[in-house]
Design a binder for this molecule. Structure first.
Ligand code: G3P
Length: 196
């Protein structure tokens, strides 16, 4: 299983990258805001800390806006992965960017049919939001299991990136359910090694 860290805090990323156990980074507009830094500048620095993919998210709601933002983000570094929302415009942008050879992460996935659409759009990663589903009283792990079955049925290459991870057990259960990647907040990632 690959581990991405879900943060835009460069000190945390550097510390985790130094362990040799980090496979990539995911960011989102809230995390960038929390870093109090310019998105271009901080994303460039993060891309230099890992050889793995660094997800940088568009904020536009429509196809044209997403494509313009993606063109700017893709210029930052070769390991930028364009993060797009799971909407019809986001899927259309995903298809276009995948055709151009870009890595994509389709985010805010809450259902198996949404994940199926993302695979059809050629997404590199699909991000089901485990914690947010749990918040609504829906079992996030069932979604991971369903996506695993669907992707295996049709040999889709899209990787399941378990997101909105809040606990050590979320990581364990995602691994059991067959997620390819978990993107984990720094404190939870460090807690994986602990046991009373
Ligand atoms: O990976 C997505 C994440 O940043 C959202 O997490 O805990 O706000 O649902 P959370």
């Amino acid at each position: 299983m690959k581990f991405f860290v879900d943060t835009a805090d460069v000190d945390e990323i550097r510390e985790l990258a130094d362990t040799g156990l980090l496979d990539g980074v995911t960011t989102n507009p809230s995390l960038i805001l929390k870093s109090c830094r310019n998105i271009m500048e901080v994303t460039k620095e993060i891309c230099g800390l890992t050889d793995g993919p660094v997800s940088a998210e568009v904020t536009a709601m429509n196809y044209d806006g997403m494509m313009s933002e993606a063109a700017v983000l893709a210029e930052i570094a070769d390991n930028v992965c364009i993060k797009l929302p799971l909407t019809m415009d986001g899927l259309k942008a995903c298809k276009a960017l995948a055709t151009q050879g870009h890595q994509t992460n389709v985010t805010l996935c809450f259902s198996a049919t949404q994940a199926l659409m993302a695979a059809k759009a050629g997404a590199t990663y699909i991000s089901p939001f485990i914690g947010r589903l749990d918040d609504m009283g829906i079992d996030g792990m069932e979604l991971i299991e369903d996506i695993r079955t669907i992707y295996d049925n049709y040999d889709y290459d899209t990787q399941i990136l378990a997101a909105s991870i809040r606990t050590v057990n979320h990581v364990k259960d995602s691994a059991i359910a067959g997620a390819d990647v978990a993107t984990i907040p720094p404190s939870t990632l460090k807690a994986l090694v602990k046991h009373p």
